[in-house]
Design a protein around this ligand. Structure first.
Ligand code: AOF
Ligand code: ZN
Length: 360
């Protein structure tokens, strides 16, 4: 069993335990949809962590249940830290508020209120109503960032959409990912872990997708966009053997003939970023990665329209590190000069730089 490294006497503030909750929650990154990632720690009067838990997957118990079980009788009079407000409803699992009350915790510290309308502060109210001291909003920004996709879906009804592409030194979207990007530990393979589904253009059909049997890592569902192909589209065997799950989305004019079982072909009535996102939402996904490759005009057009309709929230851009970047807008080659990125962050990846930002 994992235990905190620090022992008794060392008094930590609420933020310290909340950051541990977020760390625990992230253990299940990319695996919890449609549920959020949640972490919980139980801390006794001496500041010792006596129980830890996280929500592993929808349908399985919530973070609080695992942490309380881990703590056993030590939960009595302890403080429970949870990155998201405890639920107060019967969903696939019973309410966490009752579990906390039953375990006789003295205080509950909540990272952020749950934007799910069936929870939305009712959990906090229930705990307070039973005499538990509740603090809300510790490391709130961090907790919101952790579940940015879940929050976006709860608030807007549509999955969170991120866009990835690689640029050439002169600012054009290129086909190839940078060196090492797809290796395990590379930025691209890490990015795939974060998302529930990755949408790739049909040009990807010639490439082979990494398999989780090979890498041991979770693979998101792969959705291949096959619009604008009037002749029949054959799926290469290499693709079908490598990715774990593939869906081909086609428009009405496209004839797709999958040569193997295990690939679902779905024809969308109206083909747009909005309809693709709604389709993903119906599958229970919170976060979708659109993986742009330079040569696919249909796909780029789809994305360009989606950006205009404010359906894309985040971009992850791979640029050669020797590129001069005087204006942030130059890394958004979608023809709209008013597009700006905010909350920019960058890091190195071999000879490239990965820039992340939010479309404002
Ligand atoms: C928590 N702790 O670890 C999670 C929560 O169908 P259920 O029972 O899993 O309920 C899903 C809802 O519960 C989900 O939409 C969100 O509002 C909340 N998730 N709550 O107290 C957890 N995963
Ligand atoms: Zn719960």
């Amino acid at each position: 069993r994992r235990r905190s490294v620090h022992t008794a006497c060392e008094r930590m503030d609420d933020g310290h335990y909340m950051r541990r909750c977020v760390e625990l929650a992230r253990t299940a990154v990319g695996r919890t949809a449609p549920n959020p990632m949640v972490g919980c720690v139980i801390v006794d009067g001496g500041g010792r962590i006596v129980g830890e838990g996280f929500h592993p997957k929808a349908g399985q118990p919530h973070a609080e249940v695992f942490a309380l079980k881990d703590a056993g009788s030590s939960a009595e009079n302890a403080t429970a830290y949870v990155s998201l407000e405890p639920c107060n409803h019967y969903g696939r699992t019973p309410p966490c508020t009752e579990a906390l009350i039953g375990a006789k915790v003295k205080r509950v510290v909540v990272g952020m209120v749950d934007p799910n309308p069936i929870v939305a502060s009712k959990g906090v109210e229930r705990l307070r109503g039973s005499g538990i001291d509740v603090t809300v909003g510790i490391e709130e920004k961090l907790c919101q960032k952790l579940n940015e996709a879940y929050i976006h879906r709860m608030v807007t009804g549509k999955p969170f959409a991120a866009l990835r592409y690689s640029l050439s030194p002169n600012g054009r979207i290129v086909n190839q990912l940078g060196k090492g990007a797809e290796e395990s530990g590379g930025y691209y393979s890490k990015l795939l872990q974060e998302y529930d589904a990755v949408v790739v253009p049909r040009s990807m059909l010639t490439a082979s997708l990494p398999s989780s049997q090979e890498t041991g890592a979770k693979q998101p569902l792969h959705i291949i966009i096959a619009s604008g192909v009037s002749s029949s589209l054959h799926l290469p065997v290499s693709i079908m053997e490598s990715a774990d799950q593939i869906i081909v989305l086609a428009d009405k004019s496209t004839i797709v003939e999958p040569e193997s079982k295990g690939i679902e072909v779905i024809v969308l009535e109206k083909f747009s970023l909005s309809s693709i996102l709604d389709f993903c939402g119906r599958l229970g996904f919170c976060s979708i990665l659109f993986d742009l490759r330079g040569d696919d005009e249909c796909f780029i057009e789809l994305i360009r329209d989606g950006i205009q309709e404010h359906l894309v929230q985040k971009v992850v851009v791979e640029i050669p590190s020797f590129t001069e970047r005087s204006e942030e807008t130059s890394i958004l080659p979608f023809g709209d000069k008013s597009l700006q990125l905010k909350d920019l962050q960058s890091r190195n990846s071999n000879e490239n730089v990965i820039v992340e930002g939010y479309i404002s």
